[in-house]
Ligand binder design. Sequence first.
Ligand code: CO
Length: 134
Amino acid sequence: MLGRVNHIALAVPDLAAAVESYRATLGATVTEPQALPEHGVTVVFVLLPNTKVELLEPLGQQSPIAAFLAKNPDGGMHHICYEVDDILAARDSLVASGARILGDGHPKIGAHGKPVLFLHPKGFFGTLIELEQV
Ligand code: CO
């Protein structure tokens, strides 16, 4: 079911400071901020030779990462995103296996304009998993 790691996501309390740190201290190429109101986050991507790192900052009052940052005020690893060929087939197989899909079970459009789903961390050893159809 799983393909490549599409990205690893880090929640950060101050996106501008995180971008500056990745650019200036780590010498990385970082994309321009993209607001995703439907997901309650503003994102940038750190572009690496083999994958990407997504830096997430809360957007709006209902941000799904606000509680995470309340528990981890310095920021931290929030989720890992794996690529799948067919997100609906993956979802149906996961649901049949008893996995919990977050939200209403319908894919949303993610930061790359592709359908994404999130799997509850309780079913996967404490790590939130995002699936992205590529
Ligand atoms: Co993500």
